[in-house]
Design a protein around this ligand. Sequence first.
Ligand code: GLU
Length: 502
Amino acid sequence: MSKIRVRFAPSPTGFVHVGGLRTALYNYLFAKKRGGTFILRIEDTDRSRYVEGATENLIAVLNWAGLVPDEGPEQGGDFGPYFQSQRQNIYRDYARELINGGRAYYAFDTPEEIEEMRRRAPKSEAPPKYDASLRMQMRNSLSLSPGESAELLEAGAPYVIRLLIPEDRTFTFNDIIRGQVSFHSRQIDDQVLIKSDGYPTYHLANVVDDHLMQISHVIRGEEWLSSVPKHVYLYECFGWKMPDLAHLPLIFNPDGTKMSKRNIQSLDELPSGKVDPDVQTYIDSGYEKEAILNYIAFLGWNPGDDRDVFTLRALQNIFSLERVNKSAAIFDLQKLNYLNQEHLHRMETDVLAEELKTEMQKAGIHYDADAYFKAVVDLLKSRLHFRKEFVEYSTYFFKEPESYDPQVVKKRWKGDSAKLLFEFIDEISKLDRFDAGSIEKCVRQIADRHEIGSGRIIHPVRLAVSGIGVGPGLFEMLQILGREKVTKRVKNAIEMIPARQQ
Ligand code: GLU
């Protein structure tokens, strides 16, 4: 089998789209699973759509995601340059080869003349195309005499180079995801290959580079499927072998519309049925990298069973193009949220603790012992939806409560609470070991003694030590806080109870 070489070939026209990251991910996974090469090629020949900074952003997102190319603008490689804007001469030579072989021609029509052609064309369902039916009515090196064309070229008249699509041909090709696909030449125009600014169009540059870079598989979005017949013909003209093809399904909003950044201010205020297509938004909103990649992998692919939580490494082992769906994928924020939680819960406590230290420092919260901090992370990890919640959820582990949630005070601190809390600190002072099991036993004994539910002690104690009404399991929480802190805080709270109850 020949060597696997795949490429992610984005155009730097703006932000990195969820669909773009999926294309990069699938190419990466496909290459890594099969010991192949993952290439980044920047398709920057459309100067009118070029956005300053977009390439840097693209590279930054790929690096962030860990989808680091084996060859590309940063890595270099034997097939560079990896910016199409630096390969202009190559495309011009190949365009000339097509002209010399009678497969392409010069066209001198001005934009106004093209417009006029569109207006004059007989009304039909499909918009008129520059093709076999119209090309001889236009100003090009096929309709003009060789002398006239040569004169125009010599005089420096603006021109484009167009592909001469043969009349009445059916182009058939195989797609790994979609099976056999056919297009008739009637559906295809004489594609511009070189524009009047001298830059190639996507079609020529893409085909030439896929060939020169020895790409074995082209994996990209379905929006490119209708370009394939032109590419099939170009490969035929050059006498080159075409790479295998896989066109990935489109990704839609939950309401079935196309994803677009318009009208989207923030993830908290998404218009109903819409999602944000900009990958950066999810990064900035604090989603875990592994969750984003895991979620994006599932936009059009599944492993064939009910497993759904995968790291990038695990995806690498099981991904296959054969399991990519034909039908469009729907972006589902709930599923992303679920995966985010799953990834957080599965993270090694030591790793998460290390990463959370900076968040704590930023929030100005200081803690003494590493072991203590890790114990808190371990306890709270399973309650987090986002890692940024940790600071807020864990404050009372590092600071005494400065106030008590008034709603909870009203509900939980009853007339007998002070007495019960006294009893509680008295009982825990007698414990040999201050661990969750022993503390629980203490609480149950007090409850039994008074013939009350243990909630009458649990809730007031929680409020006393944390200032709030929710949190992890109380007994584990108290064990981590330690007897000294717990006793002190409960005593402080007891002072507050009568005042609060008046
Ligand atoms: N430059 C095209 C894009 O922006 C690449 C399409 C392809 O992969 O062939 O998506």
